[in-house]
Design a protein. Structure first.
Length: 256
């Protein structure tokens, strides 16, 4: 469950990256957001998505997506990415939200889903372009008490389990903190009845330079201690659906 391995060498002094909100299968809007971000950053070294990518390859994948909270199931535009008619010209690392083809993602596991699209996995820590990146897929649900491998069905798969949260904490402790934390849900305490104590605890204990999250489709920014917290809208909301950053090993992560 814990992975602490370099994915790419860090041969650059700074890393320029985009934080992308919930995609929900709207890959043309995601591509537009990345191109708008390129005007601000110039070079884009990475894109990090906060979940609900809905990278459905076909109707079978889409049938495995949970539809709670009024969400409408659809195949979406990922087949257009595969066919080459929609292109996102930057490497993407993504976590899962609650609306994902979880049966497919769990069967494949972490790694490349399609060239340029890497699923980080359920939870853990990775060293990406020199950054210590912690991540937690899914949302808090009744699945929390289940054992690893015990989730079945769309709704159970949408939630994280306690063992995954523990693994993330241990990975962050091993690396003595995080530069970037990616979760689907928010930390609690920002808006009443939104966010979770689990995510707040991740932020306060490991003090990442930046925490990005989505889920509620609202664009807000705040700080928790020394951590910059960026809550992103979905990509269909335009400018609220992405933000641009630069990571410097000495200064941490700064918004551009």
């Amino acid at each position: 469950m814990i992975t602490v391995t370099p994915i790419l060498p860090n041969n650059k002094r700074e890393v320029r990256f985009v934080a992308l909100g919930d995609v929900h299968g709207s890959y043309r809007m995601a591509a537009k957001a990345v191109e708008e971000a390129r005007k601000r950053l110039g070079t884009i070294d990475a894109v990090f998505c906060v979940g609900d990518m809905e990278a459905n390859r076909n109707a079978k994948d889409a049938a495995g997506v949970a539809t709670g909270a009024g969400h409408k199931r659809w195949v979406g535009e990922f087949p257009k990415v595969i066919a080459g008619s929609v292109a996102i010209d930057a490497p993407i690392w993504f976590i899962g939200g609650e609306h994902e083809p979880w049966a497919m993602l769990d069967a494949r596991g972490p790694g490349e889903l399609y060239p340029g699209f890497d699923f980080l996995g359920r939870a853990g820590v990775e060293k990406i372009l020199g950054m210590r990146v912690g991540f937690l897929s899914g949302v808090l649900s009744d699945s929390f008490a289940l054992e690893l491998g015990a989730r079945s069905g769309r709704d159970e798969r949408a939630g994280y389990v306690e063992a995954e949260l523990v693994a993330l904490h241990r990975g962050a402790e091993r690396l003595k903190g995080l530069d970037l934390l990616i979760t689907h849900d928010w930390p609690s305490g920002i808006i009443e009845n939104r966010g979770t104590e689990d995510v707040l605890d991740l932020v306060t204990r490991h003090r990442p330079s930046l925490h990005i999250c989505g889920h509620h489709h609202l664009r807000m920014t705040t700080t928790i201690g020394t951590t910059q917290v960026e809550m992103l809208g979905d990509v269909a909301s335009g400018r609220a659906g992405y933000e641009t950053f630069v990571f410097n090993p000495k200064r941490g992560v700064e918004r551009v």
